[in-house]
Design a protein around this ligand. Sequence first.
Ligand code: NAD
Length: 443
Amino acid sequence: MKVTVFGIGYVGLVQAAVLAEVGHDVVCVDVDQAKVDNLKKGIIPIYEPGLTPLVTSNFEAGRVDFTTDAKMGVEHGDLIFIAVGTPPDEDGSADLKYVLKVAETVASHMTSHKIIINKSTVPVGTADKVKAKVQSVLEEKNKALSFNVVSNPEFLKEGAAVNDCMRPDRIILGTDDAKAEKKLRELYAPFNRNHDKVIVMDIRSAELTKYAANCMLATKISFMNEMANLAERFGADIENVRKGIGSDPRIGYQFIYPGCGYGGSCFPKDVQALIRSAKTVGYTAEILESVEAVNYRQKEKLFEYIHAHFDGQLAGKKVALWGLSFKPNTDDMREASSRVLMEKLWQAGASVQAYDPEAMEETQRIYGSRDDLSLMGTKEAALDGADFLVICTEWQAFRAPDFDLIRNKLSTPLIFDGRNLFDPALIAEYGVHYYAIGRGLSV
Ligand code: NAD
């Protein structure tokens, strides 16, 4: 099938690549000329496991192409995906300007029936706005062309995006049109062989489903962080509590790890956006407001431990930092906990020596060169001459480090672990002091 994807970000690029892989004929349109030029040279703008070979092989086979030529893109696809960003605007609600711009672009170039599929995460009612935008442009052009707008939210996880798109848990289709539904079922049939994963519903429910999913996940994290903070004060160990509650199948073990807060491009902005859109219908989303507040506080947790341990005397300290990305297997630093920590350390006069397997370039891009930030080539090099170690991201490579080396390299044998990677008793045997989340202040 002929497909066009507007927006070559984490969602658009991965979706385009997997659609091409199963044989669809895909054109990707982006406004970023450099990104398009790089993709044509095989330079992939993001780190995502398995993505580079998938994109390059399908590009070489002619099944996916990249362009800034929106007219060509609109002419190509019978099915047109919108996969552009919906960042928070000033008050936290989702900014729809990129989505509506694509709607306008599609309308201004279309000369035949199009199915416009919204994959961006958007507030309930956005499909109506997209419809109205397309309609108004068509009226201006005096063109009586038909089109459908479908809501098809994306549930991929960064770090596992290719697998998630190849083997989705569910494919949500929000549509009121039987022909559009049939076309989308045909498009997704290659990903729907094991059992029927397509769930068809009305458009508004589909739009809300995406927010409900992310808000539920964010709630689980903030709930566990709240329990961790209580465990700490009661002298309990949150890791025992986690295992104890996870064994109840109604709760389950998934997604109940405490830590130094959630980040990324989705949870913070989607929780905020649903809080704001709730207000537009006269509702105060009290649970979500708390989820956000707990997370905000949790991101400061590591700094609080550090500040308390050193009695606020952080000026001149050199901090080894492992993990910069907001979670493992990605280079995405959007809303990462590491950023809150680094910025607080810098304010307090400390310097940071950081290592991340994938996010160093992104860190450089965000912070540029500064005297109080050194990006090191290995996790061991980050320890050189440092006073203590902080861990912000649970990369696999950090899970079984050489504790003797850590003790010998650090001026104070001390680890602040924002992801509870280690057994405190084991660390104590190595003569290293250990702070983790919700496990007692210092072990
Ligand atoms: P992104 O910022 O990585 O990419 C967006 C792309 O859209 C950029 O390349 C930008 O240049 C391009 N763009 C902007 N305006 C354009 C236009 N008029 N025409 C063509 N291209 C244009 O964004 P992302 O992380 O892929 O997220 C896209 C949407 O999907 C968001 O709504 C997000 O909430 C949602 N989502 C993201 C994830 C995720 O894990 N990143 C998962 C599910 C859903």
